[in-house]
Design a protein around this ligand. Structure first.
Ligand SMILES: C[S@@+](CC[C@H](N)C(=O)[O-])C[C@H]1O[C@@H](n2cnc3c(N)ncnc32)[C@H](O)[C@@H]1O
Length: 339
């Protein structure tokens, strides 16, 4: 077990309390096994998108949120800022907040501040990225009446632990923002939300941020920006394999590719091999050949319609209580209550 995450908790204006939370380290053999399995797939090689978020990937993702082409993060943040007070007024208190894949937590500030005006608020960011959890501490540690305990865990493992710790009187608000749900293909997304629902009690809430359908050129620009930050974010996955598994990917012979899959209504990110080549990954006991033009599929981002979200709520054991839509960059923030 590695060193624990140290999360600050500020119980009042006057005191700072340090809370430590032990966590299970993500073993690199799991990364090696997943890389081997994904790159052995035929005809489409793939790598799991969760591995995009090491220290470098999490830092690059923060930059993506600032790019003019990527309106998603700003839309999400606008909605949270504009509707935080109303959202909080719809929740029965006292509330405990668990955020799945919090990233830096920057956008969550509006909700936490609105809640903290009403009560002391326990906030549990659940992240596989240690870097992201460190950012949460910096971004949100100064809010009055908040206690932050970060869990370096997979989504459902973390949620299970949070659900087990809350008191019988406490209502759980789960945040799943940034359209991270879109990284699951729609059937897997529904299955995931059912598992989330299974950890909740009737009356608990889920706030789901989901990106909506929009013109394809706008979507493609968002995932292939002119500065090349998204390309670096994507290619970092190969660099991560080099760093952690002693791989010998030569990044000059691979290119980032974003394309729209009309059948699934998703933007797909791939990495294209620019020549025939063979790559060794000794720590995964593995080597792999690429043909010129062949791709590795690294991420999908499904785009929703408001009707689809409504049906998804019903399908997964929730009732939609409110939905706010950003008009500048079509994006929906949906408040669902567990039935
Ligand atoms: C698309 S980013 C969104 C970050 C933030 N919620 C936002 O809206 O800006 C997805 C986040 O989820 C985390 N993540 C990805 N897969 C995960 C998993 N299986 N369990 C826990 N966290 C995960 C990543 O590290 C990343 O920070």
């Amino acid at each position: 077990m590695r060193e624990p995450i140290v999360s600050p908790a500020r119980r009042s204006r006057a005191t700072h309390l340090m809370v430590t939370q032990p966590f299970k380290a993500a073993p690199s053999y799991a990364f090696a096994a997943d890389v081997r399995a994904g790159l052995s797939k035929y005809p489409q090689k793939e790598l799991l998108s969760k591995y995009l978020y090491d220290d470098v990937g999490s830092a690059l993702f923060e930059v993506i949120g600032l790019l003019p082409e990527y309106g998603l993060t700003r839309a999400d943040e606008r909605l949270l800022r504009c509707h935080a007070a109303e959202l909080v007024s719809r929740l029965p208190g006292p509330v405990v907040v668990a955020e799945l894949g919090s990233g830096s937590g920057k956008k969550t500030r509006a909700i936490l501040e609105a809640l903290c005006r009403r009560q002391n608020t326990p906030y549990f960011p659940i992240e596989i990225s240690r870097k992201a959890l460190a950012m949460v501490q910096r971004e949100l540690g100064d809010i009055d009446s908040i206690s932050i305990v970060g869990f370096e865990r997979e989504y459902l493992d973390g949620l299970r632990e949070v659900a087990a710790r809350r008191k019988p009187s406490q209502h759980l608000l789960v945040l799943f923002l940034g359209s991270t749900i879109g990284n699951f293909d729609p059937p897997a997304g529904a299955q995931f939300l059912r598992k989330v629902r299974a950890e909740l009690r009737p009356g608990d809430s889920l706030l789901l941020g989901a990106d909506l359908e929009k013109p394809i050129p706008q979507l493609l620009a968002a995932y292939d920006d002119s500065l090349g930050v998204t390309a670096a974010f994507n290619l970092n996955l190969l660099a991560r394999i080099n760093r952690e598994l002693d791989g010998d990917f030569d990044l000059r012979h691979f290119r980032h590719l974003a394309m729209f899959n009309a059948e699934t209504c998703s933007v797909e990110m791939h990495i294209r091999s620019m020549r025939d080549q063979r790559v060794a990954i000794p720590a995964a006991n593995f080597s792999v050949s690429f043909a010129e033009g062949e791709t590795i599929w690294t991420e999908s981002c499904h785009k929703y319609s408001p009707q689809e979200l409504l049906a998804l709520a019903r399908d997964t054991g929730f009732r939609q209580k409110a939905q706010w839509i950003d008009r500048e960059w079509p994006f929906a923030e949906s408040l669902w209550i567990a039935d």
